[in-house]
Design a protein around this ligand. Structure first.
Ligand code: HSE
Length: 410
């Protein structure tokens, strides 16, 4: 018998509790032991809730109750989640979490604490929502030398881009719909500016390459500069513009994590991942490529991963199964993104095609409907990022947009 405490009764917390009771019989059978939710921690009141008797506002009720051996942290944010999670682990209570900010900023420390207290800190729900990716990376794909991971890691921005491009929905309306559907963060700037995807690529990078990658070390750009015109050029090129979080090992043995909008070619399956769905490609020496796909945000998709972690934690009572990665003293193992070599999309006004070729060499010109006569757009050959800015300045004219082209090969 194990008792569970759920920290936070927001979108994911309420989804966790509802899903648990909906499928309790199956969940208990799979866990191999009786389970029940004893506490729900939240500072708010929920009068009339069917779970009314379970609410507490005091974390000490949970910390001091030896019957509680499993904790689901679904509060979000680092404070006070970090103190609560650490205190639970120090008492030997396994914690499962959907909190990407917490894992990205404090993962190494919490994993170490879990190991020291012979319990588990699991966070399948932190990345990719419903998609199994954490466990596959450190278990099913463990035999591989993984060289790169690239994905659409934020459901809200993918939803917004899909609505803006396919349905001509204005940005503000697409964002407010994503908020209503429970996809967006409390502060949706984290979605729009790429910080949420950044936290997720930090988690995947730490997991794959074994050293903690902190968000401050990762170059991060969001979707706010993408226009409908850029999307149309991408579509006519046969691909799509997507917010991509990726990490790859570079020739000098460092790693390059980055979050940015990218032109994704049609041959890459990520180009057809739409709506709130996430897609994650993993590249390894034995597998070539494996793709993971599913709903990346939302109440029940995320709750699915939380409850599955609770089941695993219950089954593994008394053993520490969670992956541990080293903390990192500095970022010397992170490559400078300016040294990366890749093609760029450029949209510019008042520049001739000849001038574009003179500056960049063999460019590929793109088309869009109703393109003004003085506008051109093209894809450059591969170029070192730090040289790209200089070349762009040589073009003259008015630059209307530049977007990197996804390239994990160089
Ligand atoms: N705001 C996040 C997203 C929630 O849209 O992907 C899931 O992590």
């Amino acid at each position: 018998m194990a008792k569970i405490a759920v920290l936070g009764f927001g979108v994911v917390g309420s989804g966790t509790v509802e899903l648990f009771y909906k499928n309790k019989n199956k969940i208990v059978e799979k866990a191999g032991t009786d389970l029940d939710i004893k506490y729900i921690l939240d500072i708010r009141d929920f009068p009339g809730s069917p779970f009314e008797g379970k609410f507490t506002k005091d974390i000490n009720d949970i910390l001091n109750d030896d019957e509680v051996t499993l904790v689901a942290e679904v509060m979000g944010g680092v404070n006070p989640a970090f103190d609560f999670v650490k205190s639970c682990l120090e008492r030997g209570k396994s914690v499962v979490s959907s909190n990407k900010e917490l894992v990205a900023k404090k993962g190494a420390e919490l994993l170490k604490t879990a190991k020291e207290h012979n319990c588990n800190f699991l966070f399948e729900a932190s990345t990719g929502g419903a998609i199994p990716i954490i466990r596959p990376l450190h278990q099913c794909l463990a035999a591989n030398d993984i060289t790169a991971v690239a994905g659409i890691l934020n459901g809200t921005t993918n939803f917004i881009l899909t609505k803006m491009i396919n349905e001509n929905m204005p940005f503000a309306e697409a964002l407010s719909t994503a908020q209503k559907l429970g996809y967006a963060e409390k502060d949706p700037t984290a979605d729009v500016e790429g910080h949420d995807a950044c936290r997720k690529i930090c988690i995947l990078s730490s997991l794959v390459f074994g050293k903690h990658v902190y968000p401050d070390w990762v170059h991060c750009e969001g979707i706010s500069s993408i226009t409908a015109e850029d999307a149309q050029y991408a579509e006519n090129w046969g691909g799509a513009v997507k917010l991509i979080g990726s990490v790859k090992r570079t020739a000098d043995g460092k790693i390059l994590p980055i979050v940015r909008p990218a032109f994704v070619c049609g041959a890459n399956q990520l180009s057809s991942v739409n709506d709130v769905f996430n897609g994650i490609m993993v590249y390894g020496d034995a597998i070539d490529q494996v793709m993971f796909y599913g709903r990346g945000a939302g109440k029940f998709p995320t709750a699915s991963a939380i409850v599955a972690d609770l089941i695993d934690a219950a089954k593994m009572k008394g053993t520490s199964i969670s992956q541990v990665w080293e903390d990192s003293k500095d970022n010397s193992f992170i490559a400078d993104y300016k040294e990366d070599v890749l093609p760029f999309y450029v949209r510019v006004q008042g520049v001739s095609k000849d001038k574009a070729k003179e500056v960049f060499g063999e460019v590929e010109f793109l088309t869009r409907n109703n393109c003004p006569a003085d506008e051109i757009a093209f894809i450059t050959p591969e170029i070192k990022e730090k040289d790209f800015d200089e070349k762009l300045a040589q073009l003259g004219g008015k630059v209307l947009g530049t977007i990197r082209v996804l390239n994990l090969e160089s």
